[in-house]
Design a protein around this ligand. Sequence first.
Ligand SMILES: [Zn+2]
Ligand SMILES: [Zn+2]
Length: 371
Amino acid sequence: MGSTDQHTHAEPPASPKPRKQEQEPASEEVTEVAPGVLRCQLPISMPGLGHVNCYVLEDERGATIVDPGLPGPRTLGVLRKRLASAGIPLKRVHTVVVTHSHPDHFGGAGWVRRESGADIVTHKLFHVFWDRNEPPDLDVEDLAALGSGGEEEPLRRRRSPWDPPPWGGPSMRPPLKRRLLMRGARRFPSLARTPRPTVRLDDADRITLGGREWVALYTPGHTDDHLCLFDPADGVMLSGDHVLPTITPHIGGYVRNVDPLASFFNSLDKVAAYGSQVTVALPAHGQPFADLAGRAKSIQEHHLGRLDIARAASEEAGRPLTVSEMSTHLFSPRAQGPMADSETFAHLEHLRLLGAYRRTDTDEGYLYEPA
Ligand SMILES: [Zn+2]
Ligand SMILES: [Zn+2]
């Protein structure tokens, strides 16, 4: 499901483009990145990404790992090798934490569980889009947690990126082979080893992993089910894809949340509020970094800048614009396509829900203009 793990385009392209940290190929080394926290890198091939960081926390029972990479025997083999080089047999893994429902993060979880019987820990809203049984329908509390605006702005229907997007333009339909694989995964989730969480955390829940206590931070935006973990004693933040060192995570329209950008801003404020307590942030891609609050702020400014560009583009056009048209103003020609449209849609919906924009539904999709 490569095309739906959407971390794209950071800052506007400058040429020649240096390689971003997140694009570096997976290192074979296992390194200690914070006191008692090991990092191994697993190879992934997704747009803009060369590896996923799998963090390892040891205790007397064995090990917890965070984000075990893509599904499949290849990743499992690499993980087994990396852990062995740190003296940890795969069967000693008793817990797998999954930060969110993208395949480079949850994919390996079911595979590891088959080997070791590990618990799978996620946020309580964890959901793989092709798995219709999981979780059951949300109760009203959960709807509120997702930032539903009440009756007049109900949650959107859960969307498949394969369907034509309601905002118009092309869908992200993956190649036939991958569609068949995903259809198989939906029909036979246990054969596909689609992970079933055994521990679902709520915001502010505490959990002991690697002999230390972590606080669960619900951080929706990039997905509806994103989870960060914070260890207040050592100031370690496992930031997942929520805050990455040099690229910005995709905020798009294929989520149930009606205003994922607003949720993302809130979630950035939420982790930034821990500012001075954080000694190191450990992201799912790229290198550890110290200034979490500063990085959160600059990501927020990046999106606010994009909203300004949208307003200016509407003013210049002097007529309602389609999502694809607006996309040409927000993104470079290289980045154009269904993912850019999805991200543009999230920005325009944010402006609409702020009352700054108006939307008209047409046969060709949505048209947006300043209100
Ligand atoms: Zn992701
Ligand atoms: Zn990711």
